[in-house]
Design a protein around this ligand. Structure first.
Ligand code: BTN
Length: 331
């Protein structure tokens, strides 16, 4: 009678079936006939679902009905009815890793397809930009790496970070409107405090990108006490601003849909189409800032972000564009 499924595979099938028929109760016997597995196997797989945090209702006949899913960043949860063409359609999820970007690089070297994502509930050596640490405790944030294989030239790669930031801003804006800003080039802020950061790593030859790893860290459900003392005053989470817990899986799925849309537009039109939205979200527009570019420190007023994603500054009576740099002071 058995199809020789593992209990996890059988649990996946039961989950998918019961979840796709939300109004119905199912007996163990019905599921046993449907999946051609012994009733005892169905019970083991069902109990597995309960231990993973899925909730089922039981009626007086001991029939079961799917009620709710846990907010676990598992590939089953992320992949369930994920409405994208390729972004996130291959998904590797982990409980605890050093850094999702490291796993992404290994997978990219082994020819993982474009749009592959790696998620973790916790990182022990999460990396930020400029050699910083990305604090990655379990159960509260999203730690994500995306593998991209764009066909454009390496020069266009930096613009992708802005597109990721834009997709993040749009996704967050659906929850906490009007407070979301993008701080060029890589940060997403809510009410001036950092909520998400992006760490891109490029593997390229002279005129060709082999792959691009986009690491994204998003503070979703952290409370103030969850942040280490040195960043408490400059970091925030979506939960803090929304005043309620946010479902990480839903957030991630919305982000993947949004990012895929922006990525396809970027490949066709660079930033020509999205520049206007980027400017609307910019935290720096019309502000006087100091930019650290290599060893050079430049002070000027931000007047634009151009179609290559460079920050355009008015410095005295000169206008100059910078494609990389760290904003050290923003008044
Ligand atoms: C920044 O400094 O703002 C960038 C932070 C990027 C953090 C993410 S979390 C997932 C991925 N894995 C890492 O080790 N870093 C990135």
């Amino acid at each position: 009678m058995s199809l020789n499924l593992t209990h996890d595979q059988l649990a996946d099938k039961i989950l998918f079936h019961t979840r796709s028929n939300l109004q119905s109760f199912f007996s163990i016997k019905t599921l046993s006939n449907l999946f051609k597995e012994d009733a005892s196997e169905i019970i083991v797989a069902y109990n597995l679902l309960l231990t993973y945090g899925y909730v089922y209702d039981k009626n007086i006949n001991d029939e079961i009905k799917f009620t709710s899913a846990p907010d676990t960043l598992s590939s089953t949860e992320i992949g369930y009815k994920l409405n994208t063409k390729f972004m996130g359609q291959t998904c590797h999820s982990y409980n605890k890793v050093k850094s999702t970007n490291d796993i992404a690089s290994d997978l990219a070297e082994q020819n993982a397809p474009e749009g592959t994502i790696i998620t973790a509930d916790e990182q022990t050596e999460g990396r930020g930009r400029l050699g910083r640490v990305w604090h990655s405790p379990p159960g509260s944030g999203i730690y994500l790496s995306l593998i991209l294989r764009p066909e454009f030239l390496p020069e266009q790669a930096p613009g992708i970070s802005l597109i990721v930031a834009l997709a993040l801003a749009e996704t967050i804006n659906e929850i906490v409107s009007d407070k979301v800003k993008i701080k060029w080039p890589n940060d997403v802020l809510i009410s001036g405090k950092k909520t998400a950061g992006i760490l891109s790593e490029l593997s390229a030859e002279k005129n060709k990108i082999n792959y691009l790893i986009i690491g994204v860290g998003i503070n979703i459900n952290q409370t103030t006490d969850d942040f280490p003392d040195d960043i408490k005053n400059i970091a925030t989470s979506i939960r803090r601003s929304a005043g309620r817990k946010i479902n990480r899986v839903n957030f991630l799925k919305h982000f993947l849909i949004q990012f895929e849309k922006e990525y396809i537009i970027y490949q066709k039109h660079s930033l020509k189409k999205s520049r206007k939205k980027l400017l609307q979200y910019s935290s720096l527009l019309n502000k006087e800032i100091t930019l650290l570019s290599g060893k050079e420190e430049i002070t000027g007023t931000v007047i634009d972000i151009n179609t290559e994603g460079a920050l355009v500054l008015k410095i005295g009576d000169k206008i100059k564009a910078f494609s990389i740099g760290e904003i050290t002071i923003a008044k």
